[in-house]
Design a protein around this ligand. Structure first.
Ligand code: MTE
Ligand code: MO
Length: 521
């Protein structure tokens, strides 16, 4: 009967909701990073082919994680409906589906690189609660109504108990839903209060022993910024985020420690207080993602507070033959940074602060790396807890295992921000502006050309160092109505102009000129 099947489908859904709710509660108590949906999502992220991941990052940007979690939730809901409907005919089948879901969660939790003995518990206990709910609800729904007109024998429920029927059924379903909500909500509360956010609020950063230079005058021309020019300082709220972590790893400063080992004379384990007590350095550094497309937005400039990797490595004494620093984060992400760039005197740092505040959680709280001049995937490990001094011959890391280049120096790039592409502009003087970067080499000039004509010099605004991007402005005399293309190119501090060869981000960064189309009216 259709209507009846719908009740069973609902029972399946509620059993699944209780599974997730209890899972969340248990996660909140024993293992905040092991909530069932999250561990399954993490496992999916680690197993999808690299091309699919790249496409997802490109298509959904920072919403890729929401899309993935929603997809998993929809799949779970469909399986839950199936479990409910199957249980109506054969209870064991429905229970089997819930069991398989629980087993997937347990396996995913156990396979996490940061798994502990507690990690599988949320999925296991959640599935147990869900199974129990499915059995109870299904039994109740399949029970014959007592003394139905076509059934003169009394229903099983009538054997001494109160009469059963729709109200009882509704109460049972309703209380399952309430239990799912309450446990899920309580679990969510526990997860968030035991979290890194609280720990971050307690951190007091010391004054830098070596402060960042003051920003030069003349940055952020108001009219250009008003029409869309990127500001020199990005601000952590607007800073791009790229990582493989489905939920932001929950690392408290109190729990954090960093082990430095491998080809070193003296192994070292560092805790957060010891790191903060060291003489810290503050620097403006522009960070870029290798998967940034020409004209893309995976680039940002911040004031980072940290301790030089060079000094840390001197403390442990790097032995001969090492050429790589293999960094591991709490969530198992790894990267391989070239030792040469980490120790050649540039501001390669173990970072604790961003723009005068403790690192935001999504940018690596409590500690990350930053090495100016290298793309993030070979330099900027967030939530870093392990540094192994080793060689490129010995080890490969997360993205290099997926076809990206072993070394990732940032390529010279420039971008037009103003006018917006496909804008209509009034004939006359049209302000054109944007940013350019060639970290650690610096930008020496920026040129603009209209309709592939002659390159013309743009005004490069000051920057604090070669490690940051710069803004540029150009006054375009737009006299001819119609559609025009505007292109930009930068030349780095060594005098090498940006290449016009168009390549995509894989394997070592996109090149080609950024170009916009505008219509003069
Ligand atoms: N733990 C961890 N660190 C990571 C990554 C990651 O996936 N996990 N991604 C790297 C990449 S590819 C980039 S571009 C930078 C981005 O740093 P942001 O998110 O703070 O901008 O972090 C790097 N560090
Ligand atoms: Mo990246």
């Amino acid at each position: 009967m259709e209507g009846n099947r719908r009740w069973h489908a609902l029972a399946g859904l509620l059993a699944a909701a209780l599974t997730l709710g209890v899972g969340q509660l248990v996660a909140g108590i024993v293992s905040p990073s092991s909530a069932p949906l999250v561990v399954v999502g993490d496992a999916v992220v680690d197993r999808v082919p690299a091309w699919l991941k790249d496409t997802a990052i490109r298509a959904f940007g920072s919403h890729d994680k929401t899309v993935l979690l929603t997809t998993i939730a929809v799949v779970v809901a469909l399986l839950a409906v199936l479990a409910g409907v199957l249980a109506r005919r054969r209870l064991a089948l429905g229970v089997g589906v819930v069991g398989v879901l629980g087993a997937v969660g347990v396996a995913a939790a156990a396979s996490r690189p940061d798994a502990t003995t507690f990690s599988p518990l949320p999925s296991a206990l959640g599935a147990a609660a869900g199974t129990y709910a499915l059995v109870v609800l299904t039994r109740r729904l399949t029970r014959r109504p007592s003394r139905g007109p076509g059934d003169p024998s009394p229903g099983r429920g009538a054997a001494g108990g109160p009469p059963t029927g729709p109200p009882r059924r509704g109460v049972l379903l309703g209380s399952t839903a309430a239990a799912a909500l309450v446990s899920g909500g309580a679990g969510q509360f526990l997860v968030s209060t035991r979290s890194a956010e609280e720990s971050r609020a307690r951190v007091v950063l010391p004054e830098p022993a070596d402060p960042a230079p003051a920003l030069p005058a003349g940055l952020d021309p108001a009219d250009a910024v008003a029409s869309g020019l990127t500001t020199y300082a990005t601000g952590s709220a607007d800073f791009y985020r790229v990582d493989t972590a489905l939920v932001v790893p929950d690392v408290t400063a109190e729990r954090w420690s960093l082990r430095i080992h491998g080809r070193v004379e003296r192994e070292l384990t560092l805790d957060f207080a010891t790191l903060l007590a060291k003489p810290l350095r503050e620097r403006w550094i522009t960070l870029t993602c290798v998967s940034n497309e020409v004209g893309g937005s995976y680039v940002g400039n911040a004031r980072w507070l940290g301790y030089p990797l060079q000094d840390l490595l001197a403390e442990v004494g790097v032995t001969d033959g090492a050429d790589m620093l293999f960094a591991t984060s709490t969530d198992g992400f790894t990267l391989s940074a070239p030792l040469a760039e980490a120790t050649d005197g540039r501001d390669a740092m173990l970072v604790v602060g961003m723009d005068g505040r403790p690192l935001p959680r999504e940018h690596g709280f409590p500690v990350r790396m930053v090495i100016p001049g290298l793309y993030g995937y070979v330099s900027a490990c967030k939530w870093v807890t392990d540094l192994e001094v080793t060689t490129f011959a010995e080890k490969t890391a997360y993205w290099t295992d997926r076809g990206w280049a072993a070394k990732g120096p940032v390529k010279t790039a420039s971008r037009v921000d103003v006018p917006r592409s496909f804008a209509k502009v009034r004939a006359g003087r049209v302000p054109v502006a944007g940013v350019a970067w060639a970290q650690h080499r610096g930008v020496s000039r920026v040129e603009v050309r209209v309709d592939e004509g002659e390159w013309d010099e743009a005004l490069v605004l000051p920057s604090v160092s070669a490690d940051t991007w710069c803004q540029w402005v150009y006054d375009w005399d737009a006299s001819e109505p119609g559609t025009h293309s505007i292109q930009v190119r930068a030349t780095d501090g060594t005098g090498t102009p940006q290449t016009d060869v168009v390549v995509g981000p894989v394997p070592d960064g996109a090149t080609g000129y950024d170009s916009i189309t505008v219509t003069v009216v």
